[in-house]
Design a protein around this ligand. Sequence first.
Ligand SMILES: [Zn+2]
Ligand SMILES: [Zn+2]
Length: 335
Amino acid sequence: MVLHGTADVTTRPLSREDAPTPEPGEHEVLVRVERCGVCRTDLHVVEGDLPSVRPSVIPGHEIVGRIVGVGGEVGSLSVGQRVGIPWLRWTCRRCEYCVSGRENLCEKKRFTGYTENGGYAEYATGEDGYVFPLPDWDAASLAPLLCAGIIGYRALKLALPRPGGRIGFFGFGGSAHLALQLAAKLGYETVAYSRNPAHLELAERLGATASILTGSKGTAARPPSLDGAVVFAPAGASVLDALSELKKGGRLSIASIHMSPIPVIDYDRLLFGERTIVGVESNTREDAREFLDLATRLRLESAVSVRPLGEANEALGALKAGEVVGALVLDCSVG
Ligand SMILES: [Zn+2]
Ligand SMILES: [Zn+2]
């Protein structure tokens, strides 16, 4: 499913095309895609919230599949292996960020399904070192781990650097439903905030300590109770909702690659008292390895709906309309 020019997703900008199977480079593997998750970032790529960087692109960066070819310089990966290909595709390994363990900030980094073709396809390539072995679980349930899961994990670490405490999740989609489970299993108190009652039902089933229905007027006035918060919704107004629930010294991370403008922040009430806001950018490979290990050992459960690859436009439309509960995944084994 190829994007030739950014456009509103309701105009069905992805077209179904026959393309040659990609050739893996010397440091790449070729993967037969089984399932590819649908992430909000794909929507930002398709609709042009992220600037277009090439004439055409195949989106998709939550790729689960099996290796069917390896380049000559590939080290530890082999044909037949079940792997995942995430958003972070390549980093330079030389800049000040890369050499200090902050490769997520590398200025030259490349991305799956944005700067390079991704997984809304039957075949995809990935770079050795940025491709991760996965267990033989159901492929659809693994797909959301690869971006929603990993980014949510990084956001969690940035919001609550110390063990324990109470953490709030604002916007309860694919990422939050995994991050909340992980936080609950690690012993945090967890609070889900959403405008959608179906999202809160899912949150409660996954172990939320509390769930709070938010209205168009924002969250109701009550004493701040959170030690940390993560905003997943791409709406700037939700930053104020989260800050108003945050105790002194609390940290707020924003797990979104794009957001509508944040309204004016009342410093005296919402930021004074050593509250911190940080915008999460991508992830490191260490985040990916840590999270995939935890997700496997703690058996995180993905709530997924699966649609055929050919319905990628409709899937993105459903995501934009807020109709998705949990995560959406494309079945790439059928064309
Ligand atoms: Zn770099
Ligand atoms: Zn993503």
